[in-house]
Write a new protein. Sequence first.
Length: 102
Amino acid sequence: ICLSAHVLQSLKNLTPEDALNQLLSSHGAYIPTAEDKERALQLEQEDHERRFQREIIEGDMLALVERDPILYFNIKSLFNKLQTPRTNEALFLLVTQAENFL
């Protein structure tokens, strides 16, 4: 059985019976499945795409960077997050063009 350091520390101060009861009560605790992780990645991708639409396509990327040069790195990070196999070809092309323009 693999237990985190936090769990081990909390069990350390308990009697053996109490420790066993705590472990048994947490046995059915939620463990994310591959499907849950896939869904989380999909939601994250959709968030990045909405941000790209809002800040780059509809917004003024250059004005943002002019006002706050630090945003350059945030925008570059967004581009990197969108350059994955999850991004459709048309959006990937837009991201690449925006990155070259920046």
